[in-house]
Ligand binder design. Structure first.
Ligand code: SAT
Ligand code: MN
Length: 627
């Protein structure tokens, strides 16, 4: 029980506390809440405790208002349609705010816009905030959401408090993070990340609210202040724009904390893989959004005797332990996965996870109360069932437009995953032996290769590219650079980020080996995928683990890394595979790529590129040119 000081009382003015006890908030949280309430002027304050009772109450209210509707075929599953203008992250309106521009972006030549990090000055940010936040919660409730990223009180965990006027955000945060008032008890002297979110539509509302989804797409603005550990988000209720614990905190802010404290915050899944002999290995893997991290994290092996268990599917916080090994935790508490393409064939464990207590956003719905999306065509039992698409219109198989939005999502509690790892909430984390980078590369890039060492691995990660997906506002399928799968989530100068990675390499540490995979290569003749993917990816993991064991005979050197020697992958039970094309490192492709990559690195990282990483580039280019 804390005394509330006079200034705080004055700032709160006459705003009533609808739920919770203000006196139980630590003084620094009281000040934060009062200051922001004074600014945004909600009609009431609701302090969340994270209990089931509270969630039920909010969900009932949302169902009554029509923002959520139950999917009757399941227990506690709900569907939500957003305003069709608010469906993905908005990278062009997402900013990092630092006094020195070059704390955020690299020194790019005149006329070249940095693609990693999106910088705004504190003065410009103030103007942007001033034109949006004063009074922005008028007529709405301000929820105070206390949450922990990572197991409560764990040595790698961090605390945040999100203020929001979206109850959809409240119930989604409850799935995706650990929301509990215990956060206030353990906070002590610890700092917390201040997350301020508003849908940006004060009452009375002038424009029409579509689908009971208030938002303000023309005025979207998302700003991060790393030194202050503060996030401001306005105008969007969607995923990465509004669930501030996820990309904003756990990647953009946390990567800054990690740099200061000597650890890593990365866009990576974490999986435990057990071999037939019973030995288990932990692997982290970075792929851009919507490239199959969730599928790999929950892989169902097609090789007998193998077992995969999921620790996390999107974000890894990793720190070297006293024993010199790299330990990873999943800071999240749920999965926010891409729905289309998820089925019993592609990811049965994800399907099992979201059979109850889950929220589906922008998917389609059947008249018998099931969710529906592209990829479930064969799983509809009653072919006469009626489908309502994500826009609320009747939809039939064969219609040109998709039934579900390509970036439609499920939010499901991680603990419901049948193969969640027993140690997934271990506060110390799990020891990582291999790091994998990958993306959607239709041409030129072999199924798998091992890099030549830590710095070459970092260089390979820095060169990561992938076809654009629906997870952000890009159109079409061009292959884009996405260094370390972090391009949209970079929290600071990418050159310094590479330097930070490099400096983790000290003599007493056992560094993970770094690999690159590409499940998405297509035949130059037929245009068809060369590799079946999904459960058969265990065959690649098996090769990686045998390499970790020191099996040198199964690899052969190429200019870009070590690829499997012919026949060294277990292909038992697979149909025909065009090994030569799948594993080839074509000289024409890589010579062109080397030119393009150098141009990219020179223009985007330039003088910020650490010399040892430049040497990796030079050496690799020389190897390629000798092909
Ligand atoms: O919208 S999110 O950023 O949460 C998902 C993603 O793009 O990875
Ligand atoms: Mn992601």
């Amino acid at each position: 029980f804390y005394v509330v000081n006079e200034v705080v009382i004055k700032r709160l003015g006459h705003i009533p506390i609808h739920k919770g006890d203000f006196h139980l908030l630590p003084p620094k949280v009281q000040r934060f809440v009062a200051e922001k309430a004074e600014l945004m002027r909600p009609r009431g304050i609701y302090i969340c405790d994270g209990t089931q009772h509270e969630a039920d109450e909010i969900i009932d209210k949302l169902v009554e208002r029509g923002m959520l509707s139950p999917l009757k075929a399941y227990e506690n599953n709900y569907i939500c349609r957003t305003d069709p203008k608010d469906v993905a992250r908005v990278e062009s309106k997402t900013w990092m705010v630092t006094r020195d521009k070059y704390d955020t972006v690299c020194h790019t030549p005149d006329g070249v816009d940095p693609i990693m990090g999106h910088w705004m000055s504190p003065e410009d940010m103030s103007d942007e905030l001033d034109s949006r936040f004063p009074g922005c919660m008028a007529g709405r409730i301000m929820y105070v959401v206390p949450f922990s990223m990572g197991p409560l009180g764990g040595p790698l965990s961090k605390i945040g408090v999100q203020l929001t006027d979206s109850n959809y955000v409240v119930i989604s945060m409850r799935i995706m993070t650990r929301v509990t008032s215990e956060v206030f008890d353990i906070m002590g002297d610890q700092d917390f990340t201040r997350c301020i979110h508003s849908v940006g539509l004060p009452r009375p509302v002038k424009q029409k609210v579509i689908n009971h989804w208030p938002c303000n797409p023309d005025r979207v603005f998302i700003a991060h202040r790393p030194p202050e550990r503060e996030i401001w988000s306005f105008g969007s209720g969607y995923g990465g724009n509004s669930l501030l614990g996820k990309k904003c905190f756990a990647l953009r802010i946390a990567s800054n904390i990690a740099k200061d404290e000597g650890w890593l915050a990365e866009h990576m899944l974490i999986m435990g893989v057990s071999r037939p002999c019973g030995r288990e290995h932990f692997i982290a893997a970075a792929f851009p959004s919507a490239c199959g991290k969730t599928n790999l994290a929950m892989l169902q092996p097609t090789l007998p005797g193998w077992k995969v268990r999921c620790v996390g599917d999107d974000i890894a916080w990793m720190k070297f332990g006293a024993d010199g090994r790299l330990y990873a935790i999943n800071p999240e508490h749920g999965f926010f996965g891409v729905a289309p393409g998820t089925s019993d064939r592609t990811n049965p464990m994800a399907v099992a996870t979201f059979q109850k207590d889950s929220i589906f956003t922008n998917v389609a719905e059947t008249s018998d109360g099931h969710y529906y999306w592209e990829g479930l065509e064969d799983e509809i039992k009653d072919k006469n069932v009626e489908v309502t698409d994500w826009l609320g219109n009747p939809w039939k198989l064969g219609d040109a437009a998709p039934a579900a939005h390509p970036n439609s999502r499920f939010a499901a509690p991680a603990r419901q995953c049948p193969i969640i790892h027993p140690d997934w909430e271990s506060p110390q984390g799990v020891p990582i032996e291999a790091i994998i980078f990958g993306g959607r590369r239709p041409d030129g890039v072999p199924l798998v290769f091992e890099t030549y060492g830590w710095n070459h691995g970092i260089y390979t990660g820095a060169c990561l590219k992938s076809e654009a997906t629906a997870a952000a506002e890009y159109k079409g399928k061009t292959v884009m650079h996405d260094p370390m799968a972090m391009r949209p989530f970079m929290g600071y100068n990418f050159g310094k980020y590479l330097d930070h990675w490099m400096k983790l390499n000290t003599a007493e540490r056992k560094l993970p080996r770094i690999y690159h995979v590409n499940w998405f290569r297509k035949s130059r003749d037929t245009g068809k995928f060369l590799w079946p993917g999904f459960g058969d990816n265990i065959r690649v993991i098996d090769w990686i683990i045998r390499r970790l064991d020191g099996d040198v005979g199964i690899g052969q050197e190429t200019p870009v890394g070590i690829v499997p020697t012919k026949g060294s992958l277990d292909l038992e039970g697979l149909g025909p595979v065009d090994w030569d094309e799948l594993m080839s490192v074509p000289a024409d492709y890589w010579k062109e790529d080397a030119v393009e990559v150098r141009k990219f690195i020179e223009s985007q990282v330039g003088p910020d590129l650490p010399a040892p990483i430049r040497k990796e580039m030079d050496d690799q280019e020389a190897r390629i040119n000798a092909m």
